[in-house]
Design a protein around this ligand. Structure first.
Ligand code: ADP
Ligand code: MG
Length: 329
């Protein structure tokens, strides 16, 4: 069973950044408004995510670590997913390949914690914590040395973590994020205060914090609809260039995705404006009834499958072209 867990874990957790992604998604699912991430040595020795979300009751802590246990859907509802998590795989996977401690508190009850290392789960113990959840993951992949060998330098792994935090921060502008590197002299790598105002203003503020004012000053707001699929976000004017850096952030129902269909549509929308070596820059959100898109394609969940891909593509191409034309391009 421990071996099966470690194999399954490899599917969910490829590298430190994938662990950070899973832990951040859990914090967001828990309704957190403030999330901080501490990492050391590119996440290889330490990843700690602290949130002010709903917490986990002491009696549910062992459940959070058992495979396929999720508090988020009842199993019959795989077509109707509104949370990031639904597989109940992340925490057991992390506990199979590293040393994981969950400390948590639900309002009105004492705090408790549980630890698991290399798949061996300990007892629930009393703990000290004001509220929310702290998840500490040490020595990722110590139980799977082969995987450890494939990791890149601390610097490269740290960069991948920063990218994950920024990508999720763009999807959640009302949540405060802070990422700290605590390897030697602790320093803040990235910080974004919670935005206020309406969704469009909040998103613009957050994009300014993440991508810089050059992006938001040169981007237009997108708002289009086709056959029940909605497209919102900001797209850069063709005159804006980030040079070689690709700045394409695509989300489906709030979930960051890397999807060929969507990036292809984005490229097609800008086709008349861009030379071969320039990439369109945009942060775009496609929202639809969860039944119209399958997010269950891969354990890491960054690919999606639309029930009607043509509609998704058409929405992006025509939505962006229309907005660019209105802006005089
Ligand atoms: P999933 O997110 O797919 O449900 P996970 O293994 O990521 O599975 O988490 C297992 C369960 O642990 C979740 O369903 C949730 O009930 C609980 N949980 C995990 N992280 C948190 C958190 N930060 N705050 C509150 N509950 C959490
Ligand atoms: Mg999860």
């Amino acid at each position: 069973d421990a071996a099966i867990n470690r194999i399954a874990a490899g599917e969910v957790v490829e590298r430190p950044a994938s662990a950070v992604k899973e832990l951040l998604e859990n914090a967001i699912d828990a309704g957190a408004k403030r999330i901080s991430v501490d990492v050391a040595d590119g996440g290889k020795t330490l990843i700690r995510v602290t949130d002010d979300g709903c917490g986990i009751a002491a009696e549910d802590l062992p459940l959070a670590l058992s495979r396929h246990a999720t508090s988020k859907i009842d199993g019959s509802d795989l077509l109707n997913i509104h949370t990031f998590g639904f597989r109940g795989e992340a925490l057991p996977s992390l506990g199979a390949v590293g040393r994981l401690t969950i400390t948590s508190r639900v309002p009105g009850e004492p705090a408790a914690e549980i630890s698991v290392a290399g798949g061996a789960v300990g007892a629930v113990k009393p703990a000290a914590l004001n509220s929310g959840t702290v998840i500490t993951l040490r020595d990722l992949f110590y139980a799977t040395p082969a995987r450890l060998k494939f990791l890149r330098t601390d610097r490269a792994e740290a960069q991948a973590i920063t990218d994950v935090v920024k990508r999720l921060a763009m999807a959640e502008p009302f949540v405060r994020f802070e990422l700290r590197d605590v390897s030697n002299d602790p320093r803040t790598v990235f910080k974004a205060e919670a935005q206020g105002g309406d969704v469009v203003a909040a998103l613009k503020g957050r994009l300014r914090d993440v991508l810089g004012a050059e992006f938001t000053d040169n981007a237009i707001a997108i708002d289009a609809e086709r056959d029940g699929l909605h497209l919102t976000g900001f797209a850069a004017l063709p005159t804006y260039s980030r040079g070689a850096a690709v700045a394409q952030f695509l989300y489906v129902n709030g979930r960051p995705v890397k999807d060929k269909l969507l990036t292809g549509a984005l490229r097609a929308a800008y086709f008349d404006f861009l030379s071969r070596d320039r990439h369109p820059a945009a942060a775009l959100f496609v929202d639809c009834d969860p039944q119209r898109v399958d997010v269950n394609v891969h354990p890491a969940k960054s690919e999606v499958r639309f029930r009607d891909p043509g509609v998704a593509r058409g929405l992006i191409v025509s939505g962006l072209r229309h907005a660019l034309a209105e802006a005089g391009h």
